[in-house]
Design a protein around this ligand. Structure first.
Ligand SMILES: [Zn+2]
Length: 217
């Protein structure tokens, strides 16, 4: 395991994982490398846990190069860079195609796809369960997946198009249930559960994997 060693007059060993998920070891001047390595070994599960959580919270930015993978409906598809003159991002069900550009093309494509795939699902759930919502706006927020205002305007984060359809349904149903209950009370969750009995798996997906949807920003 690689680490940066900082020796000083201190009396104890300490380990720190910095913002780049690198291990920093602070050690007393005279402590042997063998002792240091032994200590690191003992703490290896803590180190792994901590550094992977830092990596997860600090996703890498895409470079929009050949073979790089992008999420769509919960699956990853590779990007192919073409030299033809076609404009914008295209997707053939297996591969994304782009000749130049990057982030803006993906954002535009994700937004259009969300409109085409997710909005009809919102209409379906609203009609089936008689929810009344006003305007629906699509945004690419960094922190929210969706929101519902006091006047029942719903905002949805179109980056959700990268998530499995069950997760998209969960966010839609969650916000529709807020048109009736403006809180996260038990009756609110009971209503969500009634419509989507497996909603907890989607909630978990957002918590564990949701950061991947933001990588594009
Ligand atoms: Zn909520």
């Amino acid at each position: 395991m690689d680490y940066q060693l900082i020796r000083s007059k201190r009396k104890t060993l300490s380990l720190q994982i910095n913002n780049n998920a690198e291990l920093i070891v602070r050690a007393p001047n005279r402590l042997s490398v063998k002792k240091i390595d032994q200590f690191i070994d003992e703490k290896s599960s803590w180190i792994d846990k901590k550094s992977s959580s830092i990596r997860a919270n600090k996703p890498h930015k895409p470079s929009y190069t050949e073979g790089e993978k992008f999420l769509y409906l919960g699956c990853e598809y590779p990007l192919s860079i073409n030299t033809d003159n076609a404009k914008g991002l295209r997707f053939n069900g297996e591969i994304f195609n782009l000749n130049s550009g990057g982030k803006q093309d993906f954002l535009a494509w994700y937004k259009a796809s969300f409109k085409k795939i997710a909005l009809p699902r919102l209409e379906y759930y609203a009609k089936k369960h008689q929810f009344n919502c006003n305007q629906v706006r699509l945004k690419s927020q960094k922190t929210l997946w969706g929101s519902c205002s006091g006047t029942n305007n719903i905002n949805l984060n179109y980056l959700l198009i990268g998530a499995p359809i069950s997760v998209i349904d969960y966010v839609i149903v969650h916000e529709l249930c807020h048109t009736i209950h403006k809180n996260h009370s038990k009756v609110f969750w009971d209503l969500v559960m009634q419509i989507l009995p497996n909603y907890k798996a989607s909630k978990r997906w957002l918590k564990d994997e949701g950061y991947k949807l933001h990588q594009i920003q």
